[in-house]
Write a protein that binds this ligand. Sequence first.
Ligand code: 4NP
Length: 154
Amino acid sequence: MPSVLFVCLGNICRSPLAEGIFRHHVERRGLADRFVIDSAGTGDWHVGSPPHIESRRVARDRGLDISSQRARQIVPDDLKTFDWVVAMDTTNHRDILALPGAGGCPARVIRLLDIVSHASKDVPDPYFGGADGFDAVYDLLDEACAAFLDHVMD
Ligand code: 4NP
């Protein structure tokens, strides 16, 4: 059973959306009982919080409910228990690889946009911008999560 952990900085904007969108693609393909899907942040500021109000809003606009998610911080054991640890940007990727035990860990640690042909390999952080940023991030994550699911199932 493939297990996937999406990781951003705060686990309130990008990775909760990635978790919800990826789960939606998995369910649409009838694979729900074959996957474990979660998300986490490299930082601890928002531990226990629901996703950002604009992440919840854009998800709801597109028919997804991510409101029951709660932020948590990534722990070194995640690199043992997940097959895939999927960073939203290069900084997240670097911070994950700096966790104790990351060298030689069984998890495949990638950036989500490594597997799509985008000029930038970083999902932009919408936290400091306006609501439009969340819609743009949703579209990017939707395309990338579908491609990532193809990649995992290959
Ligand atoms: P995220 O966005 O990493 O996509 O959840 C952020 C959330 C919170 C902060 C920064 C980015 N923050 O500085 O609290």
